[in-house]
Design a protein around this ligand. Sequence first.
Ligand code: NAD
Ligand code: UGA
Length: 465
Amino acid sequence: MKKEIKNICCIGAGYVGGPTMAVIALKNPHIKVNIVDINEQRIQDWNDTDLDKLPIYEPGLSEVVEHTRGRNLFFSTDVEQGIRDADMIFISVNTPTKTYGKGKGQAADLKYIELCARQIASIAQRDKIVVEKSTLPVRTAEALSDILSNSESGFNFEILSNPEFLAEGTAIDDLLSPDRVLIGGDNTESGQIAKDTLSSIYEAWVPKERVLQTNVWSSELSKLTANAFLAQRISSINAMSALCEKTEADVDEIARAIGMDSRIGPKFLKSSVGFGGSCFQKDVLNLVYIAKSYGLDEVAEYWDQVIKLNDYQKRRFADRIIKESYNTVSGKKIAFFGWAFKKDTNDTRESAAIYVADHLLDEDAEIVIYDPKVTEERVYADLEYLNNHSSEYIRSRVKIVNNPFNAVGDAHAIAVLTEWDEFKDYNWEKIYSKVLKPANIFDGRNILDKQELNTLGFNVYNIGK
Ligand code: NAD
Ligand code: UGA
């Protein structure tokens, strides 16, 4: 059995809420989908008639928004109205690492989630299905249930966990053909109805056998587990990259060799300057915190090593630039190709580039950055957020340019931090003529044609080669 859903509200118009709801609206034209957010600028950008101004850059997103916006997809700052009208409410707000108090630096900060629950409890005028879309620590649904069931309304709130597995840069493809959709809920009669109701929304386009139902705790913990396993794979291959650099083994050859073992598989074995993004570090740290809080210190230490290795990898890359620059980058110009945490996104959260730049700034380097999608103010905000250098110092040492050729004039080195496809096709001969000699390239993504660059005269330093 399932309920009829005519109106969905999603609280949080971010990287998950926006694309996810746009696709739900696309595939369920009979359902009105309202995405609400307290951030006025973000909502204004989502409503901008110029689709290039959407707050998120994702291939294919503007087409979906163009098709659905104003039809059955709406963006608004009126959170209360959104909650009131909805049969089903997705909570898709941010759950960053806590920066204060107990659990600082590890636990997830659930204040935004709690605020949403309290707001729903105080505004709802009928029963609702509440869906956790944000990534949350296992057993958060219990806290939500506590808040909602203790409201004076007397209405029934059924809580589901429906974590999102999309990756940025491929969000629309991932949403249109997901490996699976996970729905966790209570095994009570009303819980089963709620799970079936949400399943039916996805089954408008996802094959039924890919919509997986579990209990709510398994669903919550599966999300953290998936991200931990993915991050662990990257740290594992990056650990091998350090060993490769000492032994003349080639990490890409190793990835290929082990990836052909069907038990290991070929994906997520690309060695890099280190993983970034808003979630891997946050979610693994959260897992570490949860394990510790249950007294499982060995489990906590095991996962903590994934983060330590990632920090080591970023540091190693920066140190190599310094070492190969005759042990000093003071006053030297280092050109950065890329600032986003991966290609095809304008998201820079936890990007390895930020930490590499910060370390080079400790050494008094000058950095000129070109990224096809990241704005100047974003770069400055990322560096200022670390609080290691004054804003004046950062702005005097770091410049952002909107053309790669403007970045490389008289550069002592070029560092590739993001794997944007366009970097491969540049006129490298022209770039060679502009940089200082010896011409050093540090390819933090192993994307450039080393042989061709060597022929042109460049020294190319790779990860794990
Ligand atoms: P985001 O920061 O891009 O968006 C969150 C939005 O929620 C912001 O616009 C913020 O203004 C809004 N918000 C916060 N509190 C609010 C409130 N009380 N009322 C209304 N709006 C409020 O975050 P995101 O990247 O979309 O991530 C959201 C969640 O999804 C996180 O838990 C994250 O771990 C998870 N997740 C993210 C990704 C990803 O690729 N970014 C993928 C899967 C899961
Ligand atoms: C990741 C997961 O892939 C998604 O399934 C998940 O939903 C999401 O986190 C989340 O919970 O936020 P995302 O961070 O957007 O998605 O992007 P990924 O493709 O996973 O890349 C993360 C980082 O790892 C990037 O910096 C990327 O460059 C790096 N990476 C990825 C590697 O260094 N090597 C690889 O082989 C793969």
